[in-house]
Design a protein around this ligand. Structure first.
Ligand code: PAF
Length: 280
């Protein structure tokens, strides 16, 4: 696997590869790789001639400096995993390679910036779009792969691609779960055994909503699921919503073409998100 630390060197290398007709699949990450990320690399490999992964813990998308400090950075293990997964290229820049002092960014994301994650993590999606735009400009991928676990992030990036007319095809890849159902996340390493056990309530509640979807109304599903989570030990619920899967507006009926249940909660110091498609 080739490793590049600068935008110029990566872009020069990729220009030559593209001139040979190669299609580039891109998997942007913040590292601390797990099977979820590797599943994105695997899908990228199936669909492209050259797989590029980036690892960059992007400071502008963290609204809590403590969260940024404690974000795991096991770079040697990450490189080993990428090599094992036959990733072709790793882009591994430092912060000053990606940002200059005093830089500003704003992209109008409409309602997506003001609900669910946008509401609970102000500025988060501005930071995400700021860095993903820079990464797309550098890699100029044909395809970019993102996990369904960050469902709202996918819609936000899709909106950016539409608004700025970027020439990249976005692919949403399924959530990868532990055998007991916990969604894989780089943040899971922070959970102590008790929190790890309590965190399962997120998956169990989403799974319960899915099982009851045909039997109960949206209002009943939301109220009863919220009650379950509020009564679950060790969980501080931030939100549980059943939304239109295309724009994340809260739903009152089941008319929407695509319906998704989304949840965010804190277990001790660790904030987790998860979601499940109810209708697709
Ligand atoms: O999903 C992530 O890991 C990050 O938000 C991303 C897309 C790599 C941007 O920093």
């Amino acid at each position: 696997m080739k490793i590049f630390n600068t935008r110029a060197s990566l872009s020069e290398f990729l220009k030559k590869e593209k001139a040979d007709g190669k299609k580039v699949g891109f998997v942007p990450t913040m590292g601390a790789l797990h099977h979820g990320h590797i599943s994105l690399i695997d899908l990228a490999r199936k669909q492209s001639d050259l797989v590029v992964c980036s690892i960059f813990v992007n400071p502008t998308q963290f609204n809590d400096p403590k969260d940024l400090d404690r974000y795991p950075r096991p770079i040697d293990e990450d490189i080993q995993q990428l090599e094992k997964a036959a990733c072709d290229v790793l882009f591994l820049p430092e912060v000053d390679e990606m940002y200059t002092a005093g830089e500003t960014w704003h992209l109008e994301l409409d309602e997506l910036d003001n609900l669910l994650e946008g509401l609970h993590r102000p500025g988060h999606y501005q930071g995400v779009t700021q860095i993903v735009k820079k990464l797309f400009d550098t890699v100029e991928p044909d395809f970019a792969f993102f996990g369904q676990k960050d469902y709202q992030q996918f819609l936000v990036i899709e909106k950016m691609v539409q608004k700025l007319g970027l020439n990249v095809q976005l692919i949403m890849c399924p959530i990868i779960r532990k055998p007991d159902g916990l969604a894989m996340s780089s943040r899971n390493v922070h959970l102590n055994p008790e929190e790890r056990k309590n965190a399962l309530a997120l998956y169990h509640t989403l799974d319960w909503i899915k099982a009851q979807f045909e039997l109960l109304s949206i209002k009943e599903l939301k109220e009863q699921a919220e009650k379950k989570l509020l009564e679950s030990p060790g969980i501080v619920l931030e939100y549980l919503e059943i939304c239109d899967g295309e724009n994340l507006q809260p739903l009152h009926s089941k008319d929407a073409v695509k319906i998704v249940a989304l949840v965010a909660a804190k277990l001790g110091q660790t904030r987790l998100i998860d979601n499940m498609l109810l209708k697709n």
